[in-house]
Design a protein around this ligand. Structure first.
Ligand SMILES: [Zn+2]
Length: 434
């Protein structure tokens, strides 16, 4: 049904090399059949001029809230997967804090069934650590694993009882599952709505201290050390927490971790006008944390970048800062905002983005990487570093638009997203081939 396509003269980004090499790429029936310089267009092919543009492996996000079942007014498996596609992401892992929470095999199965029917990309799900995410009894972990849950997590909440967490880790280890941890001491967070510190005092907003995250993170890694389970620390926001992870990694503990684009780009100073699109949990920390987390990403403490895409309705987000729910969307803005803020200015290279937001997340989940190489399945995006993107509601495909980037124009544009023999996004002008 599809003709071959020649992508001519793009620069190829890969995780292994900071040098971009210019090459032509031929995709036929969903497979990269040729890769090299000066390729001749196969008979009857479409020719796409990629001069000045980049081709890079499509991204994978291990931390996404799809809100289905229960809050389909915020997002659905379909709309969330379309948001992913729009951001150049061709695989996602859904969090289980839905309503009802995904804590048994039947619910895992139902998410997978809906995804198979409605999503144009692979959508995976996680399962809860504890039943109803209540932190008391273990969820049906074996059953969820059997139905295809990739990780277990009570994300949105910590597992407060260390003995319950210990048992969960022992279980996770036996089943070869990663236990992903949302680190927070609830008593310390209290009714906090932003980072506790100078800015929260000035604004009169109750604070969430950094130690709320750091104490729980420390505890969870020590339990992983003791049980020999693999713990994955979600959305790390403080430099001290990051240093704890670095130390335990050196000791050989099986700990991996993620950082979100917003915790690299924004900090508490951005909350000045009580804009709830800067409200998330864990909260934006300090300018110094921004800098040090960025260094951590570059020197390799962070295994993966993950957005924690957390859609909410306008109605809910328009409440006052204290009452609005935590969370911002992220799937559609991640690649472009990281380009705009860091890659453009040379803070890090495309290879790092590909490694931390495409290759490593897939390896972490036990999936094959997307690669731009001969014989591989086509799974890449065409990025225009000279283009711009305005994140209007019309542009975004998420049902929600609770992002600080709303209506902002950033440098960089995703022109095309290719998965197998399907072009999932197409904003390119194309020239007819012969
Ligand atoms: Zn979380």
């Amino acid at each position: 049904m599809s003709k071959p396509t020649l992508y001519r003269g793009g620069k190829i980004a890969s995780e292994g090399s900071s040098r971009l090499r210019t090459a032509d790429v031929v995709v036929d029936k969903g497979i990269i059949t040729q890769l090299g310089a000066g390729l001749r267009a196969p008979r009857g092919s479409d020719v796409i001029d990629c001069g000045g543009k980049l081709l890079m492996p499509a991204m994978f996000d291990v931390h996404v809230h799809l809100r289905e079942p229960g809050r389909e007014d915020k997002e659905t498996i379909r709309s969330g997967s379309e948001a992913a596609i729009n951001g150049g992401v061709t695989g996602i892992v859904a969090m289980p804090n839905t309503d009802p929470a995904i804590d048994n095999g039947g619910l895992v199965q139902s998410v997978m069934d809906i995804a198979a029917e409605k999503a144009r990309i692979p959508v995976f799900t996680s399962g809860c650590i504890t039943r109803r995410r209540a932190g008391e009894e273990l969820a049906a972990i074996a059953e969820m694993k059997e139905k295809g849950a990739l990780i277990i997590t009570d994300d949105g909440s910590p597992v407060c009882d260390p003995l319950v967490l210990r048992r969960a880790m022992e279980y996770a280890r036996e089943f070869g599952l990663i236990l992903a941890s949302h680190c927070e001491v609830m008593e310390l967070s209290g009714n906090g709505a932003m980072n506790e510190g100078r800015v929260s005092y000035q604004l009169g907003i109750p604070g969430i201290p950094a130690c709320s995250e750091e104490i729980c993170l420390d505890r969870d890694i020590r339990l992983a050390q003791h049980t020999r389970a693999h713990v994955h620390i979600q959305h790390v926001t403080t430099a001290r927490g990051m240093e704890t992870i670095r130390r335990f990694k050196k000791e050989g503990v099986k700990v991996t971790c993620e950082v979100s684009p917003h915790h690299l780009i924004f900090n508490e100073e951005d909350i000045r006008d009580y804009d709830s699109s800067y409200k998330m949990n864990p909260p934006l920390r300090t300018k110094d944390d921004n800098k040090r987390l960025l260094k951590g990403l570059i020197d390799g403490v962070f295994d993966v970048i993950a957005t924690d895409h957390a859609p909410h309705t306008e109605f809910e987000k328009n409440q006052d800062f204290g009452s609005a729910p935590f969370g911002i969307t992220g799937l559609e803005t991640a690649v472009i905002s990281l380009f705009h803020h860091f890659i453009r200015s040379g803070k890090f290279g495309w290879d790092l983005l590909v490694k931390r937001y495409s290759a490593e997340p897939r390896r972490l989940m036990g999936l094959p990487e997307a690669k731009i190489a001969k014989g591989e399945k086509a799974e890449f995006l065409v990025f225009d570093p000279h283009g711009t993107t305005r994140f209007t509601k019309q542009y975004m495909r998420s049902k929600s638009s609770n992002t600080p980037f709303l209506d902002q124009e950033l440098e960089g544009a995703i022109d095309r997203v290719v998965l197998g023999n399907k072009v999932l996004v197409d904003r390119m002008k194309r020239a007819r081939g012969k």
